[in-house]
Design a protein. Sequence first.
Length: 150
Amino acid sequence: MILVAAALWLMAWGFVGVSIIVATTSGAPAGAVDAVVQGVGEFYLTAVATLRQFALSTTVSPRWVDVGYAALATVPIFIHLFLLSGVISVYTDDAAESPGLVLLFTLGLPLSVGALIGSAVFYLGAQLLTLSTIGVGVVLVPFAYAFVRA
C-alpha cells in the first residue's frame, strides 16, 4: 500500500509540473478543465511575481530578500517531509523504527540546507518558497489516502 501512496505523491508533483508548464506556455483558460489544470501554475506564477515585486520595493538588497525567502522556505519543506513521514509510518508496524522518521532527518536536513544555499546563489528564493508552499498541498494527497485507508 505504500507504493500506492508513493505513486499518488509522484502523480501530484507531476500535476504541479504540468500545471506550471501549461500556465506558462498557454493563454487564459478557455473552460473548466483548463482552469483546473492551470490553477496551480497560475498560483505559482502570481506568487513568484508578487514576491519578486516585494523584493524590489524594499530598502534591503533584493539578493538578501531572496536569501530570506530561501530561509523561510525551509519551514514548508520540513512540514512537507514531516507529513510524508507520517504517511510512511501509517504503513509500518513499529512507529519507533519507521522509515518516515529516518526520511525526515536524513533527507530533510540536507535538502533544506542544499536548497537554501542553491537558491541563495542562483536567486531562486521566491521560486523555492512558492514550490515548498505548494509541496504542503501536494503531500496532503497521499496523506488523505493513508487516512482513508487506515
